[in-house]
Design a protein around this ligand. Structure first.
Ligand code: A3P
Length: 296
């Protein structure tokens, strides 16, 4: 293990060509054999795509806009992160999921080909949230600086190259978003975009309601929009990860709720970096019907 500052960088290992932490790789058989249920709901995404935001929206919907109930526990305890594990005695995502009474709502960052097959067999509902590559990269870079549970990002220049090459935990962003996009017509998958939620949260929350076959009064809907706005979630200790100890996430380096703004990549990429990124992007995304907005 490499020492970064005074921290030991977590070891990584590939699972079927996808970079994971060593702990996930060691636990892979259990993850792959996880038993999903037909009434499970899975929130899936590439890292830093608006997962926590989507989780809060879904939890508010499931609890009919009851803020108190949504503050019953941390995001990561309300929704087990199925593949995630830390050294024992800490609970793994699988332990939490197995203990949770149904109907369960869970989280994953797995690329589509690594999703435990029981989810397909049981036809469990899945909400996938995607975010444009450049903002996702920026967010993942800052997260990797402050979170000691994922590898050190290196320099900004190095990080851009690692992102393009897919040499990050959970693999290539390009393959991830395309893989889930291709799966969405064969399975109950609601494919959402971070930029759309930011642009018109009401429209997107209504899509989730329809997908979950739920209805609610306009007043509750407005309450959910308010409670899940960036400024409110940033202040919510049950959503902003500040209950984690500093050695795991040092929010003085970069807060978990950092900017929450489409287009922040413009404050990071140089003109040359942007041009090079776009050129490579076009090659990697050629032939897909999937398109993103890099600003709204
Ligand atoms: P930034 O680093 O760009 O600010 P994830 O939950 O998948 O790890 O994604 C984290 C990103 O979503 C962070 O992006 C975070 O600020 C942003 N985010 C979290 N809650 C949000 C909200 N209510 N509105 C907008 N962005 C939000």
């Amino acid at each position: 293990p490499k020492l970064v500052g005074k921290y030991i960088e977590p070891e990584t290992r590939e699972v079927n060509g996808i970079l994971m932490t060593k702990i996930i790789s060691d636990n892979w058989d259990n993850i792959w054999n996880f038993q999903a249920k037909s009434d499970d709901l899975l929130i899936a995404s590439y890292a830093k795509s608006g997962t926590t935001w989507t989780q809060e929206i879904v939890d508010m919907i499931q609890n009919d806009g009851d803020v108190q109930k949504c503050q019953r526990a941390n995001t990561f305890d309300r929704h087990p992160f199925i593949e995630w594990a830390l050294p024992p005695p800490l609970n793994s995502g699988l332990d939490l999921a197995k203990k949770m009474p149904s109907p369960r709502t869970m989280k994953t960052h797995l690329p589509v080909q690594l999703l435990p097959p029981s989810f397909w067999k049981e036809n469990s509902k899945i909400i996938y949230v995607a975010r444009n590559a450049k903002d996702c990269l920026v967010s993942y870079y800052h997260f990797s600086r402050m979170c000691r549970l994922v590898p050190d990002p290196g320099t900004w220049e190095e990080y851009i190259e690692a992102f393009k090459a897919g040499k990050l935990l959970w693999g290539s962003w390009y393959d991830h978003v395309k893989g889930w996009w291709n799966a969405k017509d064969q399975h109950p998958i609601l494919y959402l975009f971070y930029e759309d939620i930011k642009e018109d949260p009401k429209r997107e929350i209504k899509k989730i309601l329809k997908f979950l076959e739920k209805e609610m009064p306009e007043e509750t809907l407005n309450k959910i929009i308010y409670h899940t706005s960036f400024d409110i979630m940033k202040q919510n200790p049950m959503a902003n990860y500040t209950t984690l100890p500093t050695p795991l996430m040092d929010q003085s380096i970069s807060p978990f709720m950092r900017k929450g703004m489409p287009g922040d990549w413009k404050n990071h990429f140089t003109v040359a970096q942007n041009e090079e990124f776009d050129k490579d992007y076009q090659e990697k995304m050629a032939g897909t019907t999937l398109t993103f907005r890099t600003e709204i």
